[in-house]
Design a protein around this ligand. Structure first.
Ligand code: FAD
Length: 476
């Protein structure tokens, strides 16, 4: 770096220190390490500083300085994102703007069924605050102990209850945003109907920090269910899982809150690496569905609903065997199996991950066709297929063949991604269902989105952020 640039950077950092306090502007490499490395530890970038404002006004002050000194900004919540969106590149020119000090719950309105929260609130704390108000905030992810609502909204997170309640976008009524020029837009409206022009809220949700900083949000609350029931059902194949899905929807309607698919190989991996979580069915099955019902009436009603569903599925020869949880502890144990699949996968070795979505009706054909394509070029590759089947969202991961080293297999990642993503595209699907684009899939989306769609996105980005300081190098 030249002396002149050094001086500019020093002036910028001094101005940041004056704006929010020197203790919240860190240039200490050791202290900053966790902020510049992604959750899966695939990439470590460099930041000129990690800056932690404590209020919306302080965020705005920092962004105005970034404008003045033309310093790029990487917004960061819990840094649990999986597409390298929340970490800086290795140029060292950007700041990481951590929102974690904006962590207040500003208001709870049980009549309007809304809560106003700051963007750095940890998702689990929001769920607890809702529970204390005898309400439910249904967004639920395995990372909920450390991800933030700002990150959830910026990546339009999905999770395990999308089937019933929708993704983060559908759970948000209003936003407060600091624009790339450092203005504060107060759109904290708790309205379910508001047709007053372009929907700016929806523009910022899912923008992965490329259009502005979300500093607060009005989120929707729901009545707590009176009873929840969980079952693990063993099936012959994915087509039977789809038949079960149709049956469950027709019999349980809105009570069906979770419908997760896990292949037999996924369960075997969990049993191998976490023997205490071994699930014992009499036989080994090809596919399993973890199903959850949330009933608004009573325990008895929930029991009857689940019993009727399972007995009809057995009668129709859709389901081969079933484990029905009879206590909260058993239900948690079944969910634990589902949530340990990524950890079991990691324990088995590095693998190539895909977060894809498809029309639900196409999932059986997609899985069959894609496995054939992968096996043709990479014989012995092991498919670790699981996901939120009820949302058409598969985590379609691939582990190395047993007779090939992880590194040699991983060196083929680009070729494997092409096979999988081309297949997803041919079935009318999306190459990113819930994790976003970040830096990881920025090139890849160019292969699947039309020039018109990309140009519209570029036009919006340029109009809102002409200096390109908001999370440059991410999404587009
Ligand atoms: P970060 O990782 O910090 O940031 C994510 C993106 O949002 C980045 O582009 C960042 O720049 C931007 N950003 C963050 N805060 C703001 C803000 N206030 N304003 C503007 N931009 C901002 N995701 C799912 O959708 N479903 C799952 O089921 C799921 N399961 C997961 C399980 C595990 C174990 C892990 C590690 C991750 C999982 N994820 C899942 C991914 C991740 O947790 C979510 O994307 C989460 O919403 C990210 O929140 P965060 O606060 O960590 O955001």
């Amino acid at each position: 770096m030249t002396a002149a640039l050094d001086n500019v950077l020093d002036s910028f950092l001094d101005a940041c220190r004056s704006a929010i306090g020197a203790q919240y502007v860190s240039i200490d490499a050791e202290q900053n390490a966790a902020y510049v490395t992604d959750w899966r530890r695939r990439f470590t970038g460099t930041a000129c500083a990690v800056v932690k404002p404590g209020s919306t006004e302080e965020v705005a002050a920092i962004i105005r300085l970034c404008n003045k000194f033309k310093v790029p900004v990487v917004p960061q919540g819990g840094n649990t994102g999986l597409v390298l969106g929340s970490v800086p590149d290795n140029s060292g020119s950007a700041i990481v703007l951590s929102l974690t000090r904006l962590n207040e719950i500003r208001a709870v309105d049980p009549v309007n069924n809304t809560m106003t929260v700051e963007s750095g609130c940890i998702l689990q704390n929001i769920q607890l605050a809702a529970e204390n108000a005898e309400r439910l905030f249904p967004l639920s992810l395995a990372s909920e102990g450390s991800c933030t609502i700002g990150g959830n909204l910026s990546s339009n997170a999905g999770g395990t209850a999308v089937l019933r309640y929708g993704n983060a976008r559908e759970l948000c009524l209003g936003l407060e945003v600091v624009t790339p020029q450092g203005e504060i837009w107060n759109g904290l409206r708790g309205l379910r109907k508001d047709n007053t022009g372009y929907d700016l809220r929806d523009l910022y949700i899912g923008a992965e920090g490329t259009l502005g900083i979300i500093t607060a949000a009005v989120i929707k609350l729901f009545p707590q269910p009176k009873a929840t029931r969980t079952a693990l059902l063993a099936l012959r194949n994915v087509d039977d899982a789809l038949r079960l899905f149709v049956l469950a929807q027709s019999k349980c309607n809105a009570a069906l809150t979770g419908f997760e698919l896990m292949s037999g190989f996924c369960l075997a991996l969990v049993g191998k690496h976490f023997p205490q979580m071994h699930v014992s069915f009499k036989d080994i099955h090809q596919q399993y569905v973890l199903l959850e019902l949330s009933d608004s009436e009573s325990d008895e009603h929930a029991n009857t609903l689940l019993e009727n569903l399972v007995s009809e599925a057995l009668q129709q020869d859709i389901v081969q065997d079933a484990i029905v949880a009879t206590s909260i502890a058993q239900s948690k144990a079944l969910w634990n199996v589902r949530e340990h699949i990524p950890l079991a996968q990691a324990a088995e070795g590095k693998n190539i991950k895909h977060d894809v979505s498809l029309p639900i009706s196409a999932i059986g054909n997609f899985i069959r066709a894609t496995e054939q394509l992968v096996q043709k070029t990479f014989p012995g590759a092991r498919m670790v297929t699981f996901g939120h089947l009820g949302d058409g969202n598969l985590h379609y991961n691939i582990a190395h063949p047993e007779d090939e080293t992880e590194d040699s297999f991983l060196s083929q990642q680009a070729a494997i991604n092409f096979i999988v993503h081309d297949s997803v595209h041919s079935f009318g699907g999306s190459i990113s269902a819930e994790h976003g684009i970040g830096a990881l899939k920025r090139e890849e989306i160019l292969r699947y989105k039309s020039e018109i769609e990309m140009n519209l996105m570029r036009t919006i980005k340029h109009a809102l952020d002409p200096l390109n300081i908001m999370n440059p190098g991410k999404v587009i």
